[in-house]
Design a protein around this ligand. Sequence first.
Ligand SMILES: [Zn+2]
Length: 141
Amino acid sequence: MTTTACARCSKQVPDAQLIPHRGKRICLECEMEIEETANMRKSVYRSIFSLPVAIIVGWLTICIPFANFVLFPLASIAQVVLAVQGIRLGMSINQAPEEFGVGTTEPILLIVFGAFTGLSGLAACGMSLLMLVGLLAAGFQ
Ligand SMILES: [Zn+2]
């Protein structure tokens, strides 16, 4: 049985177990590692993009007639939760960004976007409270 060195980790593996990857032939372990890193990279990017989307969608819910009294407070809480998750993810990948398949910019983006989303969420929570107080006050008249 002939063995060939994996193009990535240079371990000797039987020819039949090598998998083509971008013009190189790599072993199954490397293939799995590459796939796992790609998945983590995707989830990091998903978190980065979810933060500005949460701010925009969150504030837009105030424009929906009637439903806004429920949706806006929920969206406010969602912003705070997403912000906390984003900042925590950013801090954890900041230690070893290469393990997540990202550079040094992505954790900073997560922390900065997370901070903005958190501020936006807290402001929206405050407005939600005012809205509820206003509703209650109007109800007692
Ligand atoms: Zn390998």
